[in-house]
Write a new protein. Structure first.
Lengths: 130, 130, 130, 130, 130, 130
């Protein structure tokens, strides 16, 4: 039951962040899926002292810094959903880039442009960049 | 002259962030020192669309994620100066840590505790953790 | 002659690990190819004190942690060849992910799912994910 | 109550791994301490399909690869506690080092030598390398 | 006006390095584009004490070490333009790889082979690997 | 016998680079020591197409980019031995730093300043920063 609540809380936060659950991960391993929804979104993102908007800003900064090949696109969408403007996200990319190096700017700019392009075309349902 | 303005703007922002200029870097290379003060603080930190407080949050998140051996302490001080509470910084550490791994939490918690301890003792002048 | 032996030992270990030699690297540079087969597989993977299965587990953990864009797929195949079950590899991903951050889980889960899918379709010859 | 069980399970696993809880982190933030003991050790390390010994091997490999300035020493101790010999740990360092680069070997060798030295002197209580 | 000079200097260096300006970044954000051309290429690459050829070698080494998913291809082209031979670039990959790990060799070898193939086909205009 | 030659070649290159063999690593594991001297210095650093000076430049760039907590100091010494001036090394730090982030500049500047200070005092024998 406690677990049910965590899952519910996790799904609710994902919805607020406009995140689509990866069918991929769920099918591969229900246990891993529960960790992602229940622990990461249900337990961590719901903690006090920082707003969802601040947590999204922190997460985007972290992900740009780590320069991962996949998994960043969806957080640009969440950041737009949380009310960040295009200009603010570009400044965030520039700020992180000075601490993490120019190639992190280059990757982030490319990924963010792809997300903006998809938004403009008015996608519905999960992005092709989950 | 343009350069003088950038340096002035950079020093001014450093002051707002309670940053003490590393005598180290200045002595080693005046050219590098100018880049840090004039370009990084004067040109980048002063850009529009994000507040200094937001840029500090982004920078602390980036630095925790990259888990550098040195250079993070001073940004915890700047974050406190920008009005973040101890509780907010701990939440920031937890949020970044879930995206960058538990050892980044362990290092950040240790470094932040060192800064808090120094603050409580009422340091004056540059921190020993520049 | 010594070199011939190292190459032979390297190819033999690659075969045990179900690794297909990248035609790519061999064509680009025979010298680099010799280092990979002769030194990495011939000299290092054949060292005592750890079994091939243990070395594969260590290598997969390292590769997930480093979150490289390419080069991990083939090691999931080698891990399956070494007798690790799907469930064990998922647990390995979860364990590493807590020390290296959630995006490493996301990338690893996606790459491992791609390997499993290919295995199920019964590929023969080198994987498209060399 | 569920939380109490997680904490108990976490402490129990720490004991099996000869881990001393950092007084540091507990004092800084009870909430973070609960996450480390309850979630990381209580929920993750206790998962099925891999033994504690295998999870320790995976964790040491991950930590060497990430080359963090602090936090690795304690896992060499846990690895010795889990029955790995000095020779096996050195081979693990060599294997990871070929995938993560020579400086990760240099740091790991230095940190492991420090742990061995402390062990030989017969420390009691927490290591100075928590 | 000072800015105009920096941009001119930046474009001039890009031309010497056979770099094609990413239309992508310019369209997304003229401000970011100015930073890349004016600051990175105009101010940094034009600094004294190192030749363009040496700066290219340093940049390629850095990029291989960081193992970024995108953004390295164009620098192999610039390195060829700066007079490095295929053999020298392969040695550079091997040298970096021993300090940054074998997967950085694997990614670099693949990316460099893609650039060579494109060169051999005699591309004109921007590479598909900008 | 072949191994003896590799070790001799490795020691010879270390001498040219003014590198002092870590007694640490040799004592911990003769096998690892042989890999470092025989393979890394004997086999890799002696390869053709790049000079020792170029290999040192590449290695310093890689190490700055990876921002390791230890192991970089000795390479600044080797770079000085290879004829790089203080100004050139500072430019190398600035160039890498723009691709790897400002904290890599901060760490490198600090470490290089420590090496210069030791050089000025006229150290003999191994540096305290091996």
């Amino acid at each position: 039951m406690e677990n049910e609540e965590r899952m519910k809380r996790g799904y609710d936060i994902c919805k607020q962040l406009d995140r689509h659950v990866s069918p991929h991960q769920q099918e591969l391993s229900p246990g891993l899926h529960e960790l992602t929804i229940g622990h990461l979104f249900g337990d961590i993102w719901s903690r006090p002292h920082l707003t969802l908007r601040e947590r999204e800003m922190i997460t985007v900064a972290t992900n740009i810094a780590l320069c991962r090949p996949v998994g960043n696109h969806s957080h640009y969408r969440s950041a737009l959903k949380m009310g960040f403007t295009k200009e603010q996200i570009i400044e965030l990319i520039i700020q992180v880039g000075h601490y993490a190096g120019w190639p992190t700017i280059a990757l982030a700019a490319r990924q963010f442009a792809e997300v903006l392009e998809e938004e403009e075309r008015g996608h519905d349902g999960p992005s092709r960049f989950i």
